[in-house]
Design a protein around this ligand. Structure first.
Ligand SMILES: NC(=O)c1ccc[n+]([C@@H]2O[C@H](COP(=O)([O-])OP(=O)(O)OC[C@H]3O[C@@H](n4cnc5c(N)ncnc54)[C@H](O)[C@@H]3O)[C@@H](O)[C@H]2O)c1
Length: 269
């Protein structure tokens, strides 16, 4: 068969109409942009956040911008295994299926490793790495039943490099873990039709970073960061939507256990 002439058009394969998605940490920042991007392409979107107020605002924004998309807002702590199972159950009970899952929650604080408490270390590993495992496992248990699913984990360029000059060894280790976990799950679950990929943003303008940039150290690091980014600017959250919509769509069905870096060129330099 001539697949080039017989297959759906590439724009149709990018459409997410009829798909259902969840985005964890969807209440603000990168997650909010990803939730809107998926809805723009036609998906129904569940906005998941530990802060219900934030999730509800984003769900309402989506209803206004994309009235055809169904939305729900759920208050879930992604580090809690019971709540993570309930998250998937509520979406499947409400919409019948879950096709796309963006496991996007992450936190960071800056502290030199010599001063880092074990509690600091454990908190970041739990929120940034353990939660990705918990969410992916709960999502895949449902997706296996349909022999199809798209899991997209938010990693970071910090999984590849050591950020400088701030200390964030726990975060870098967690994000390297997300990259490795993505490869493991993508490989294990390939024959079940569940694709597992990740997004690695570079420095992106969100509260996570702007809060840190307002500190004494933050004022010093900003010019250092910019001097290391070939495009000489931080990403806007909308710069990340295209890569995620691609990984969520049929257009990327042959892609699994892989990562897309969107960093203005940082890693190449
Ligand atoms: N901003 C950057 O420069 C950057 C760069 C690379 C990767 N990332 C990654 O992108 C992701 C999103 O980052 P962001 O900058 O949008 O962060 P953000 O702090 O702006 O938003 C994170 C959201 O996650 C929610 N959240 C936090 N803990 C939660 C929990 N336990 N359960 C459910 N929700 C929880 C928060 O309420 C918030 O709405 C993170 O994984 C982060 O590590 C960010």
């Amino acid at each position: 068969m001539d697949t080039v002439l017989k297959s759906k058009s590439i724009l149709e394969r990018f459409s997410l109409a009829g798909k259902t998605a969840l985005v964890t940490g969807g209440g603000q920042g990168i997650g909010r942009a990803l939730a809107h991007g998926l809805a723009d392409a036609g998906a129904d979107v569940a906005v998941i956040d530990i802060d219900l107020g934030l999730a509800e605002v984003v769900a309402k924004e989506i209803q206004i911008r994309n009235p055809k998309s169904k939305t729900m807002a759920l208050q879930i702590d992604v580090t809690n295994p019971e709540q993570v199972t309930q998250m998937v159950d509520q979406i499947v009970d409400g919409w019948g299926k879950l096709t796309i899952a963006c496991n996007n929650v992450g936190i960071c604080n800056w502290v030199d490793s010599i001063d880092m408490t074990y509690a600091d270390w454990q908190k970041v590993i739990r929120v940034d790495l353990d939660s990705v495992f918990l969410c992916a496992q709960a999502e895949a248990r449902h997706m296996f039943k349909n022999n199809y699913g798209k899991i997209i984990n938010t990693a970071s360029m910090s999984g590849y490099i050591t950020n400088f000059p701030q200390g964030q060894a726990h975060y870098n280790a967690a994000k390297a873990g997300v990259l490795s976990l993505t490869r493991s799950l993508g490989t294990e679950w390939a024959e079940k039709g569940v694709r597992v990929n990740s997004l690695s943003p570079g420095y992106t303008k969100t509260a996570l970073v702007s809060d840190l940039l307002e500190t004494e150290l933050g004022k010093k690091v900003s010019p250092i960061w910019l001097s290391r980014i070939p495009q000489q600017k931080m990403a806007d959250v909308t710069d990340l939507q295209g890569a995620v919509n691609f990984m969520a769509s049929e257009a990327s069905d042959y892609m699994t256990a892989a990562d897309i870096v969107v960093d203005g060129g940082y890693l190449a330099w």
